[in-house]
Design a protein around this ligand. Sequence first.
Ligand code: PGA
Length: 252
Amino acid sequence: MARKIVAGNWKMNTSLEEGLILVSEINGMLGDLIVKADEVILGAPFTHLYPIQKRINHAKLSVAGQNCHQAEKGAYTGEISASMLASIGCKYVILGHSERRQYFGETDQLIASKIGAAFAQGLQVIYCCGETLSERENGSFFKVIEEQLKTALTGLNAAAMKNIIIAYEPVWAIGTGKTASPEQAQEIHAFIRQQLTEQFGADTAQASSILYGGSCNAQNAKELFAQADIDGGLIGGASLKSRDFVDIIQSY
Ligand code: PGA
């Protein structure tokens, strides 16, 4: 069985003070509930990770970096390494987000090397894939996603896949308020699981968590999470509001 996971992606939002308030609220609300997700991950800005890590005290909560550099260390001004994330108790890193691909030119090959760097430090990876609007419209999206999975996960074996969470995020649905329909999302999630079956075997594919991301919110999460191959969500905008985020976590 795949783990049920809800991850927040705060992107470049919140001051430290705002971030700590948000985390305290989420932490407090989860403490009063029987939490339905198996894991809840907070993808906060680098500057916030350590204080947030210190603040959370719920067994299901942990933090994620939103990126890391592919090198172990060295003269890369402005960059953050996987070992730096690991050194503050961070368990996860988000890699391959479409905004990194679009604005920072990240390719599947680069992302593959970042995954290697993250694994070398014992981090688990939330690997994002998904097609653009034009790829959706011209019908090439299955091919695009297949390629993203093949190239970025190349060289990994079934054991390593235990440390990968896949996030399917159609670029046309991110921050646009335009969610993929549950059927559209399920179709791709089933396709991704099929790809994982071919690459790593059925056991690994069944145990892999595949999250949906792209305008997922407290209103639509229930229907999305009810789909057979959707194991949770990677949440942008709605992860910045504690009530909405907790409602999403309880949507299973
Ligand atoms: P959104 O972002 O929920 O604001 O669409 C999702 C993401 O980019 O991870």
